[in-house]
Ligand binder design. Sequence first.
Ligand code: G6P
Length: 612
Amino acid sequence: MCGIVAYIGPREAYPILIKGLKRLEYRGYDSAGVALLNGDLNIYKKKGKVSDLEEATKGKDTHSHLGMGHTRWATHGEPNDKNSHPHVSQSGDIAIIHNGIIENYGTLKEELINRGHEFKSDTDTEVLVHLIEDVQQNTGVALDEAVRLALQEVVGAYAIVIISKNDPTKMIGARKGSPMVVGIGEDGEYFIASDATPIIEYTKNVTYLNDGEIAFIKDGKLSVKTINNVEKTPYIETLEMNLEAIEKGGYEHFMLKEIHEQPRSIYDSLRGRFNPNTGSFAMRSLKEYEGKIKNLNRIIIVGCGTSWHAGLVGEYLFEDIARIPVEVEYASEFRYRNPVINEDDLVIAISQSGETADTLAAIELAKEKGATIFGLCNVVGSSIPRASHAGAYTHAGPEIGVASTKAFTAQVSILTLWAYGFAEIRGKATKEQLRNAFAEMETIPDKVKKALECEAQVIEIARTFSEVHNALYLGRGYGFPVALEGALKLKEISYIHAEGYPAAEMKHGPIALIDENMPVVVIATKGNIYEKVISNIQEVKARKGKIIAIVTEGDTKVRAMADYTIEIPETSEFLEPLVSTIPLQLLSYHVAVNRGCNVDQPRNLAKSVTVE
Ligand code: G6P
């Protein structure tokens, strides 16, 4: 939800900002803009992509050593040039970029209008920059103090950067509820961004601002204080990310690269966390919360989108393996429905970005009610791990394609480990069982690699189905969340309406939709309910639906019935989602490419949803 990047230092700011905005475009691509200080404050902004902005600035004066840029996912005000960021104050001297929502902007705006302010956009953001100037004029304080006082009046979420024509050696950043990282470069240069991707090329030294903190960068020095005026010592850490991880590396799209990275990302997520010889774990969450895990009554898993689907797999795993009752909730519902929750509950919050506003709010609610929170996130230093009591990072590496792929399999990998870890603590798994499970888990990266070999066949299938308007995805048991995830992938990036359903539920509704034009993707791998799924396939065939079946290597039974079969390596049922999801990711990708869709930046979506 909006990406921000800013630079102050000896280099030319504009190229850094444009490159940074391209890296942040996954956060929104409704419009883009930059403000460049060079005596004057030059502002260029444009509806559309960063490339449109680049086009619009051709031949214009972009020389500057202090500037900031913004890529927008529209909330208040339609996507157009005037609502694009940066916005300026009444005098035009102060500029702001903002990620988040100022909830009380209506009342603030009214007061400012009464005091003579005129607004040029429909955004909440413009109100804040007017307010800052208003405070400065009314109190006579310096810009730093005006920002701090103005923020005290703001209700909502923000990551902002402020620069002013009257303070050409100063850059101010502040955050509450939206992410912000400050990069400390060479020769007194500084960067501010929504995440580390625009910074990594220049420096690995960063500090993540905490909620309610303001960073003041002036004359090559950084100081941090809270909105309540308490000085803070910034904690400088070294980024572990490398540049290759955020580039396409020869693939046509990030999504395809990320799909193909899964043997590695699953391996990295599991690596060092268990010992297959001894059947023991090396996970802090298990060690430090052993007592809690032993006695907890229930697990509640919260998440959104793909992370919610990973949570569903988690439910099957925890109940199956550790025999703990589990509920999986959409974070957005959980937070508003007055859930019954107490100190004997463990909440697992799953989020690739670690920033999803609803998931974050669900955590806060559960914490208030005394529950213990485990965060399962991919982005190191993001808000959800920081708000959690414990947890694990997925180590999938940066995921840039808006549709989540490698994060899903990494999340499921960790949930599997936790399910076994919890089982051991609660006396539900022997060392022997753990050793066997670990041995099998170690084979998963290779099995995923093998599953990826189906791509040529998937390309053929995708050709046949690229023009359909609807698709049905069916699965049972562990195959059900995979069916949901497969359907979500297809609709997200190809805009084909797709529904995931428990295969047996089909006869209670979706069966009415089936005719010779309906592709039905079925997870029909060998397992407990294989025979039942076969019956469901027959029900579809009887109504002339087209079956695309994901089957276990060597399967002949389903092959005889299905229109297309895609084989995946045999694996234990509890690990199957990690493998069976691969052909579905590839299918959605190739269908979307055939339809000419923007795979990495599907319309209306954003990767990190930091608004409700
Ligand atoms: C957005 C993304 C999805 C993602 C969901 C949850 O909708 O487009 O791909 O699954 O947010 O994001 P999170 O970062 O919390 O996993």
